[in-house]
Ligand binder design. Sequence first.
Ligand SMILES: C[S@@+](CC[C@H](N)C(=O)[O-])C[C@H]1O[C@@H](n2cnc3c(N)ncnc32)[C@H](O)[C@@H]1O
Length: 302
Amino acid sequence: MNYRHAFHAGNFADVVKHVVLLCLLKRLIEKPKPLCYLETHAGRGVYDLEDERARRTREADNGIRRVAASATEAGPVQDYMRIVRGINKTGELTVYPGSPAIAAAALRPEDRLRLCERHPEEVEILARHFRADRRVSVSPADGYAALGGLLPPTPRRGCALIDPPYESADEVDRVLDAVALGLRRWPTGIFALWYPIKERRDAIAFRRRLAKLGVSVAVLEFCVTPDDNPARLNGSGMAIVSPPWGLETRMRLARDQLSEILCRRRPARAEVVIIAADKQDRDRSSRTSPRRPVRARGHSRP
Ligand SMILES: C[S@@+](CC[C@H](N)C(=O)[O-])C[C@H]1O[C@@H](n2cnc3c(N)ncnc32)[C@H](O)[C@@H]1O
């Protein structure tokens, strides 16, 4: 449990992840029915950009600070910036909202948030941040182990974000196993998965395994540098498993807006890919979860 998100909060990958997450949530709240938002790896919820860890890496300079300095037309990035500005009451950009804070700001009084986080310090900050929000419950738990017990949630509509640190070699297996289990327990659920991109072949392998889930998946892969260097985080992906109708269009708009802001020239690669449902594979994967060897990554998150 070495990974601490405070070193990376607000970097380009966080921006892409949170813009896509917000696109998904906004699409879901178009319907009046209440929903449940789950997170297996919630982090601390809010991050101090003046913190010593954030200052050391300065990763937010190429992420949220760049977005805040740009003029954005109406669309996904403007929606996201409204939430970022809302949490920075003084007008200065000193606080970065993590995914739980983005979700809490987007969701309605009738919706529910179930957040899991394993690191004791992160849990304490997360629970403190949401102590007055009756919609939110925080579990100091291993998100993978807790997920099965949380599904199907009440209300039954909704989505789950799986955003682990990718510290261990088997993290990709664990993510895909969690989604396969999630789809069995909660067939109407939507699952959002974040994954790092260092080399293109890893991203292709990950997408192939997503295809074996047997449901459709919408993916935004966004690389700020060429995805051919295993020594650095070149990009990231957000995969939305069982995406709601219309999300793809918002993801394309997000891609275009983010490309202009996050990359001085053109992004190394920014694409929205739709992986079609393969029903045969779903039948197979409901018996055994897809598993293929993956190369060890070590601490592959930034
Ligand atoms: C990438 S961060 C989460 C960031 C957060 N989702 C956001 O976007 O603001 C990953 C988090 O997972 C936590 N973590 C690591 N292993 C875990 C596990 N098995 N269960 C729950 N949390 C875990 C880490 O402490 C870290 O806070």
